[in-house]
Design a binder for this molecule. Sequence first.
Ligand SMILES: [Zn+2]
Length: 358
Amino acid sequence: MLYNCHIHTFKGDDIPREFLPLGLVRILATRVGFRIIGRILNYLNPFSSDDLFDRYVRFVKIGRMASQQKIFELCQKFYPKKSKFFILSMDMTYMGAGKVSRPYADQLKELAELKATYPDFVLPFVHVDPRRPGIMELLKQCIEEWGFTGIKIYPSLGYFPYDDDLDPVYQYALDNNLPIIAHASPYNPVHYKGSKRKLKELLKKAKTEIDLSSNKRKRLCSNFAHPDNYKLVFEKFPGLRICLAHFGSHYFWKKFLDEPEIVGNWFTIIRERISEFPNLYADISFTLYNREFFPLLKVLMTDPLLKKRILLGSDYYMVETKSNERRFGLELRALLGEEDFKEISMDNPVAFLGKNET
Ligand SMILES: [Zn+2]
C-alpha cells in the first residue's frame, strides 16, 4: 500500500476547445479524426514516440475513455493493492482557452461517484478557481456531502494564490483541516490563454514585484505560480498545509544541475521555503519522470528536514509514458530504498493529510 499524491482522471470533455493547438481537441474528439491522425502519425514517424504531437494524441486517447473510473482503473492496476490516490480535478473554464463541453460540477459529481465506488482508495481534491461564481458552495458540497479530501489550486490559469477572493477558501481549509495542493511549475503549456490585454489586467492584481521582462505568455503566467507568492498566504493563514506540486519542475531541477549560478531557481527557492514554513510540502510528480533526477532526489532525502516534506506523485496521465506507472514506482523505490520510499509514499502523505495514524 502507498499514497500517490498527484494523479488526474478528468476527461476530454473537461478540456477547453483551444487547450491543444491546431484545433486538435476537436479533431481528436471524433473517432474518425482520431483514427486519421493516428494513421498519419504512424506514417510520418513509425519509430519514434517522442514528439509533442504524439504525446498529445496519447493524452487525448486516455481523456477519451468512457469515464473517470476507467481512467482511474488504468492507473490503479500499476500500483500495489490498496494504494491510495489523490485525484486532482481541473476547472479549465476561466483559462481563456474556449468553451469546456461539460459543466465543471458534472466532473466533480462523477468524481464523487468514483469516491463512492472506491471510498478507501480515491481521495479527491476539488480545484478551486476563485473566478467561478458560487465556488464556496461547490467546495462545501464536495467536502461535506461527497467526502472529498482536499483543495487544489492552479494559479497559472490566471490568478494569484494570495488573491483576496481565496481568503474564504483558506479559512474553510483551516476550519476543516484540509490539505491544499498548488500547481507550482513555470513555463508549462497549461496557463492562461486569453488575450494579452486580459492577461495584463490579471497581472495587475500582483501584490509583490513581478517579472515582466518577457512578453511571452508562459513567462508572464509563471508570475501567478511563483513559490514566493505563498509567503503572503502563510502570513495570513500560517496554519495551512500546502504542497507545491512538481517541486519547481524538471526545468529548474535541470538548471540546478547544469547552471547552478542562475538566481531565482524555483527548486532552490522551494527548498529554502520548506525550512522556513513548517507546513510546506513539495511533490515530485511529473518532474521525477525524468530518471536523470533520481540521484538528486536520493541526496535530498539525506536532509532530515526536507525528507519529511517530499510527497510521492506521478501526475498520471499528463506525463509522456515512455515507461508505465509500474516501472516509475518500482525504479524509484529500488533507488531510494525502503526507508526513504516509505517516507515519501506513506509517512509524509499521512502527515500532509493531517491524520494522526498511519
Ligand atoms: Zn498534475
